[in-house]
Design a protein around this ligand. Structure first.
Ligand SMILES: [Zn+2]
Length: 251
């Protein structure tokens, strides 16, 4: 049986190049001015050979990387950044629209690591979701999500290894919560391109997340449902998600 709507065709994205990374850190969250919160992370940016260190400062306007290694110093407004990626292992990736001069058309990606235990990936995610409308690939489970509208026990089908968890459609987010390392995810509704189902035990979320090695498409998350999802309920869910998406709106 086939139910629901087809996935939209995916937009193409450009090839990405792994950028160097790693980081040492000390980070302080400061509300310098109450009205203008900012986060300052001491980070390390690894290169193919060596690394540079500096401060990554995020505020209401954008982010800047201050480093004695002048060549790598950057200032981005939120409009300059195509996608953010926050990972469980305290990594933050910035995909900027700026091309790498030596790789025509390849986006410049800055990967930073921070190690300060006082700043969690959830805090970084929450700061970003409040300040940017660009896609955020959040490889963390948001602490939020108590107001679940729909909740499913699922298995996420990974390319190499799957994971199990709960897929929660809350008022302002979709959260995949798994106990397995690096497996959890959070999306705002506007981070989702579409929702689809190819059967009563199947649910797929197409996102705006760029794929590093498969640049022809955006990332799609395929979930196997442990309990059947009747067509009526799926249609209701589909309408719910699309209503939510209509309220946000990515550029
Ligand atoms: Zn550097």
């Amino acid at each position: 049986m086939k139910i629901g709507k087809q996935r939209h065709s995916m937009q193409s994205s450009r090839p990405l190049v792994t950028s160097c990374l790693v980081v040492a850190v000390f980070l302080s969250t400061m509300a310098a001015r109450a009205a203008e919160p900012e986060i300052t992370l001491n980070v390390r940016h690894d290169h193919a050979v060596g690394s540079c260190h500096g401060k990554l400062i995020m505020d209401s306007q954008g982010a800047r990387y201050e480093t004695p290694h002048k060549k790598h110093a950057r200032t981005w407004t939120y409009e300059d950044i195509k996608q953010w990626q926050v990972e469980d292992g305290r990594k933050l990736r910035v995909y900027s629209y700026q091309d790498r001069k030596w790789r025509l058309g390849a986006d410049e990606i800055f990967a930073f690591d921070w190690t300060d235990a006082n700043v969690s990936p959830q805090q970084i995610y929450e700061f970003l979701e409040a300040h940017t409308k660009r896609p955020i690939a959040a490889w963390v489970a948001s602490a939020d999500g108590s107001n679940a509208r729909y909740e499913f026990q699922v298995k996420h089908l990974g390319t190499i290894k799957g994971s199990e968890g709960r897929l929660i459609f809350a008022d302002d987010k979709v959260i995949y919560r798994s106990d397995e390392k690096q497996a959890s995810r959070t999306w705002r509704y506007e981070d989702l391109e579409s929702i689809a189902s190819a059967g009563i035990y199947d649910l797929a979320l197409a996102t705006y997340e760029q794929q590093k090695f498969n640049y022809a498409s955006r990332r799609v998350y395929n979930f196997q449902l442990k309990q059947a999802l009747p067509p009526d309920t799926y249609d209701e869910l589909w309408r719910f998600v699309n209503r939510k998406k209509g309220l946000g709106g990515l550029p």
